[in-house]
Design a protein around this ligand. Structure first.
Ligand code: TXA
Ligand code: MG
Length: 342
């Protein structure tokens, strides 16, 4: 197992040194744990694809810790710049034209002329990127297609010794000196599901590619632009990265919109009206709080999966606010898996 260490300055400096020498480091962000590599090093980027078993056609997000770093990588103008200015550092990834001069290993981009950029809010993540002094590519720190990781133990279970070190921290620490207080308070400091992905279109409009804590309504409110919503589209291949149909999947099958589980099911419940069952059950939020449910989602899926059940039955979850992101992840967890006959 890789060492799991607290985010002291010394440990962050050692992790930064590991990144500079081409190794992989897992670190917390306010959404999920990331598996980091030096974005300028093609061999380190290749190691990420190998460690995750990630298809080469699925590009990575480049993580930065300043506007200077972001502006060296992509052309960020108009409404998408306005949006990032309001949310960064925070749970937002923007897809913009790549600057030809950007020092980003091209195998991180999977052949695209656009680049996904994110400035995470978690304090450890920010300190690590600043210590390396280079952008860091970081997919979620799980095996490709599997449930994402929200604890260091999840990362260790999925990736083992492919990671040099795991910086451990609760995901909700954030550097308030940089955060836009207004936006931060309305999004909430802890997220638990991956960042919202918004792409800049050639016609100047915005496209929402992945739902997250920054909702469609929020984007409209912050920019005055109503994004085209492509989050429900699915694709098996490269034309629409980020929209792989089967994703976030536990070993058990996942069945959605179940009000009453059957014998042998595990039950992922939500809210005060959840029926009592004799089967393994996890209520994502007994009080019906969608933000709490988002924070609990991946740990709950992993916990229920570990009981060895064949099926995890999921109660209906309200489809508004961050509930949309929760339902998106659950739909993909329930989708037919590659290689399955279903
Ligand atoms: O919250 C997050 O974003 C986490 C933390 C670690 O920062 N990272 C994360 O990375 O979720 P990953 O690799 O699991 O998801 C990245 C998504 C993929 O679905 C990928 O297809 C999409 O971003 N993506 C990357 N570059 C893209 C591009 N140029 N155009 C469209 N989608 C892109
Ligand atoms: Mg992922």
């Amino acid at each position: 197992m890789p060492p799991i260490v607290p985010p002291t300055l010394e440990n962050i400096e050692q992790a930064a040194q590991a990144l500079r020498t081409g190794q992989l480091v897992a670190f917390p962000t306010e959404t999920v744990f990331g598996l980091g590599a030096d974005a300028t090093d093609p061999a380190a980027v290749a190691a990420i694809y190998a460690a995750k078993g990630r298809p080469a056609h699925n590009p990575l997000i480049v993580h930065v810790a300043s506007w200077g770093m972001a502006d060296n990588i992509g052309t960020i103008e108009g409404p998408i710049r306005a949006l990032a200015q309001r949310v960064w550092p925070g749970p937002l990834t923007i897809v913009v034209p790549l600057k030809p001069t950007a020092a980003i290993a091209r195998n991180a981009l999977a052949g695209h002329r656009t680049v996904a950029i994110r400035w995470p809010r978690n304090e450890t993540a920010q300190k690590l990127i600043k210590a390396v002094g280079r952008p860091i590519v970081a997919p979620s720190a799980n095996r490709s297609g599997h449930v994402s990781a929200t604890t260091a133990a999840h990362v260790a279970a999925d990736l083992g010794t492919a990671v040099a070190v795991i910086l451990d921290d609760i995901i909700d620490t954030f550097d308030t000196s940089d955060a836009m207080q207004v936006t931060a308070s309305s999004i909430g400091p802890v997220v638990g599901v991956e960042s919202t992905i918004v792409a800049q279109r050639d016609d100047g409009g915005l496209t929402l590619l992945r739902s997250g804590a920054v909702t469609c309504e929020k984007i409209c409110e912050l920019t005055g632009v109503s994004p085209q919503d492509r989050t429900t589209e699915t694709a098996a291949a490269p034309t629409a990265p980020g929209q792989l149909e089967s994703h976030y999947a536990p070993s058990a099958q996942v069945r959605l919109n179940v009000s009453k589980p059957e014998p042998g099911d595990a039950f992922l419940a939500f809210g005060p009206d959840a029926p009592a069952t004799a089967w393994p059950t996890h209520n994502l939020s007994p009080s019906g709080d969608l933000h709490e449910a988002a924070r609990e989602l991946y740990a709950a899926l992993r916990k229920l999966d570990a009981t060895g059940v064949a099926t995890i039955a999921v109660m209906p979850i309200p489809d508004h606010g961050i509930g949309r992101a929760i339902n998106d992840r659950l739909r993909r967890a329930a989708a037919p898996r590659p290689g399955s006959k279903a």
